[in-house]
Design a protein around this ligand. Structure first.
Ligand code: SAH
Length: 194
C-alpha cells in the first residue's frame, strides 16, 4: 500500500457513493414535497459538508494541495480506512433501501411520507448520518494530510450538529407521539449509546 494508492481508493469509494445516490436522486426529483425546511441555514450546512467531504479531499487527491500539511503515510491506517469505508457504503445502501421515497438531501417531508422505524432504522434514528460519520473517519484514515484528512469530520460535523435536532423536531411535528415513542426506543447514531 502506498499513499497514492490510498488516495485512489478514497476516490473509488467517493465515486461508489455517488453511484449509490443516482437512483435515490432520480426518484427524489419525481416525488412531490409537501413541506420543506430548506432555508439559508440548510444551504450553509450542506455547503460545509460538501466542502469537507468532497471539495477539500478532491483538491488534495488531484493536486496535492495543501502539501505542507502532509504527514508520513501509515499503511495500517489505510487498511482500517478501507474497512470503515466499506461499512459506510453498506450503511448508505441499507438506508436508501429502507427509507425509499422518503429520502431527501435536505429537510423535506414528501407527499405520502411514511415514518420508517424498521430495518436499519430499528435501533438508530439516523443511520445515514452514521454512514457519513464513518465516511469522514475513513477519509481521515486514508488521506495522510492534517487538513484534507480531518476536513470531512469538520464539514459533516457542522451539518450534523446544525441539523439533527431540527430534523427530529420536524419529524415530531409530522408524526407526533409516533415519533416520540420511536425516539424513546432508539439512539440517534450509536446503538444504545447516543
Ligand atoms: N436522518 C436520517 C435520514 C436522512 S435523509 C438518517 O440519517 O438516516 C433526511 C430526510 O429523511 C429528512 O428530510 C426526513 O424527512 C427523512 N427522515 C428522517 N428520518 C426518517 C424516518 N425515520 N422515516 C421517514 N423519513 C425520515
Amino acid at each position: 500500500m502506498t499513499a497514492t494508492l490510498a488516495k485512489i481508493i478514497w476516490l473509488a469509494f467517493a465515486i461508489g457513493w455517488s453511484l449509490l445516490r443516482l437512483n435515490p436522486n432520480r426518484r427524489a426529483r419525481k416525488t412531490a414535497v409537501k413541506y420543506s425546511g430548506r432555508d439559508f441555514r440548510e444551504f450553509a450546512l450542506l455547503a460545509a459538508s460538501l466542502t469537507g467531504l468532497g471539495i477539500v479531499p478532491c483538491l488534495y487527491v488531484a493536486t496535492h494541495i495543501p502539501r505542507f500539511a502532509d504527514y508520513p503515510f501509515m499503511p495500517v491506517a489505510s487498511y482500517l480506512g478501507i474497512a470503515v469505508d466499506i461499512a459506510a457504503l453498506w450503511l448508505f445502501y441499507r438506508t436508501h433501501h429502507d427509507l425509499g421515497h422518503n429520502w431527501s438531501v435536505s429537510l423535506d417531508l414528501r407527499e405520502r411520507h411514511t415514518l420508517v422505524t424498521t430495518g436499519i432504522y430499528a435501533k438508530i434514528r439516523h443511520p445515514m448520518y452514521a454512514g457519513f460519520w464513518l465516511m469522514a473517519v475513513a477519509q481521515a484514515l486514508l488521506l495522510p494530510n492534517w487538513i484534507a484528512g480531518p476536513a470531512g469530520l469538520i464539514g459533516f460535523g457542522i451539518l450534523f450538529l446544525g441539523r439533527v435536532q431540527r430534523e427530529e423536531e420536524m419529524m415530531i411535528t409530522a408524526f407526533g407521539d409516533e415519533y416520540r415513542a420511536y425516539m424513546r426506543r432508539t439512539a440517534r447514531v450509536v446503538p444504545w449509546l447516543y
